[in-house]
Ligand binder design. Sequence first.
Ligand code: ZN
Length: 200
Amino acid sequence: MYEIRTCTVEGCERPAVYEEQSCYRHLADPPAFSRRIAAILADSGTLSDADLSGAVFEDANFTEVSLQGCRFSGASFHRCILSKSDVELCFFDDAVFTDCTVHDARIRKSVFGAARLAGCDYTGSDIIQCSWNGSSCSWVTFDDTDILHSRFIGAEITDTTFRNCNLKAVDFRRSTRVRVSFKYSNDEDATFSPEDVPWH
Ligand SMILES: [Zn+2]
């Protein structure tokens, strides 16, 4: 795993980002940093053990990238494409995803705790053993996904579809779900709070 280094700006407690001395906000040119990361991923296709906390990515194409052990705490992804990506042991806690396309990705053992997602499409992806606890998902498509052993405890889920999904051992306890569809999914294999009646 990466080593956590703190930003060298006095009084700042945020982590220093990949190969830099400061956090993303205290970089001299934050967008240039995001472009450099995008260039690394476009060139090598892979990034491991990198701290990218707080980074902002807009209109980036991360198709088929491999991200292993990276930290994206509080990062933002706007209109990014992560289709066919391979993501393992990554942290996206408090991250924001808007209008992102994540088709046929393989996402394992990663954390999306308290992340905010709007208008994102995960169709066809495997999202295994991931934590979405406390996240908010609106207008998100999880159709044709395998989300085995993932947890949405306390999540706020609205206008979102889990059609034709494998929901085995998925934990939705204490989540709120408004206009959520589980059509053609095995929601009987998921766990809900006792008072919940799953929507269809
Ligand atoms: Zn800082």
